[in-house]
Design a binder for this molecule. Structure first.
Ligand SMILES: *Cc1c(COP(=O)(O)O)cnc(C)c1O
Length: 385
């Protein structure tokens, strides 16, 4: 089990700007008009902190929360959050009692999952709200269209006996980042055919939903009743060449804890892959790949120190990396900004994503629990987080 570390210093810190989360939530809510917004706070809100992000999003236009696991849903309920929550991944033998007792909506992606929900509903003598999930082409979770009719038929029988309430029908898109991809049309027509099947049964779920961040912001026809926004909430721009005005919510920074000058020709870090070309002043930063700094990014990455970009030299180690600070006048205790909003010249999480050949999601969710989270509150809000 992961431990909560006691805090003795702020060697490394992720500053989470809840004002940015508020701004992004409002922007998404405006873009989707009458559809509701589910704030996807899975994976500890992409590393930003599920509870403060959930509360901020709910205060600024979101009405639903989305999580992956039952545990994530229960953590929100225990904090007193009573907004509707959808959870979507569990094993078909999991005891879903806690979710049922806490009014968590449960995704049903197969007959096994339906049975699992019904067992929990029966045992706890209370109907479970379910969202039936159809696979429209992502080939991940969800029932294949060929089996959709049978799943709906079974769910309807269990609804008649009072074990489940079919509240939603949903699916997930493979590539809404690129609206010109014809696969999108294919997925949407599959979704519509799944909807017409369930409507022919006389079942009328309240919520149809398929849109993620990218679809929420750029494909009006996919908003349906509810959109599920993750990336955009955290300021990740979901389309390749369009800037929607989202604000990155996390700034990652760490102190320089040691400085020294080494001679030209000195090897730096493990594997000795880096040789200084001249006498070089090196700064040591206490962040490494165990904190989510991608090991592979080291060759291209730079951080901002006192307004100057300084390259990382040598490979990133588990707990620390080394920076060439020849071009900036840094002293011990100065701060290296690893990524942030980009407004003062620091890299963005998306720059790190390019350097590490991954996406911003992986960078943000990778920031580990040794990094202290500090929260900047949205100005108009004074709740306790
Ligand atoms: C993560 C996730 C989302 C959020 O997607 P974004 O692209 O981050 O907005 C929505 N739905 C499901 C099923 C997810 O797993």
């Amino acid at each position: 089990m992961a431990i909560n570390l006691p805090r003795f210093d702020s060697l490394s810190e992720a500053i989470v700007d809840l004002g940015a989360v508020a701004h992004n939530t409002k922007l998404i809510a405006k873009a989707v008009g009458r559809s509701q917004v589910m704030a996807v706070v899975k994976a500890d809100a992409f590393g930003h902190g599920a509870i403060p992000v959930a509360r901020t999003a709910l205060a600024h236009g979101a009405t639903w929360l989305g999580v992956t696991s039952q545990a994530e849903a229960i953590v929100l309920r225990r904090d007193g959050i009573d907004a509707p929550i959808l959870m979507w991944l569990y094993g078909p033998n999991e005891d879903l009692g806690p979710a049922v007792k806490n009014d968590v909506h449960i995704s049903v992606a197969s007959f096994d999952h339906l049975m699992c929900v019904c067992r929990a509903a029966k045992k706890n003598r209370r109907p479970a709200s379910i969202h039936l999930k159809v696979d429209t082409g992502l080939s991940r979770s969800g029932t294949p269209l060929a089996e959709w009719y049978d799943l709906v038929a079974s769910a309807r029988e269990f609804q008649k006996t009072g074990l489940v309430t079919i509240t939603g029908v949903w699916s997930h898109l493979a590539n809404a980042e690129d609206p010109s991809d014809p696969y999108l049309d294919f997925q949407v027509s599959s979704f519509r055919s799944a909807i017409s099947t369930i409507e022919r049964f006389g079942v009328a779920p309240v919520f149809y939903h398929i849109a993620n961040s990218a679809a929420s912001l750029q494909i009006l026809s996919l908003h349906f009743d509810l959109v599920r926004a993750g990336a955009a909430l955290y300021g990740i721009e979901p389309a390749k060449n369009i800037h929607f005005g989202l604000r990155p919510a996390m700034e990652l920074r760490a102190q320089i804890i040691l400085i020294k000058t080494v001679a030209a020709g000195t090897r730096v870090s493990y594997g000795s892959s880096y040789l200084t070309r001249r006498d070089t002043t090196l700064g040591l930063v206490s962040l490494g790949f165990a904190d989510g700094i991608p090991r592979l990014a080291g060759k291209k990455a730079s951080v901002l120190i006192n307004g100057t970009r300084c390259p990382i030299v040598g490979c990133v180690a588990m707990d620390q990396f080394v920076v060439d600070i020849n071009r900036c006048s840094a002293k011990v205790g100065d701060v290296a900004i690893v990524f942030g909003t980009g407004t003062t010249g620091e890299p963005l999480a998306s720059d790190w994503a390019l350097w590490a050949k991954t996406n911003s999601h992986e960078i943000l969710t990778g920031i580990g629990n040794r990094v202290t989270r500090t929260y900047l509150r949205p100005e108009e809000q004074h709740d306790n987080y």
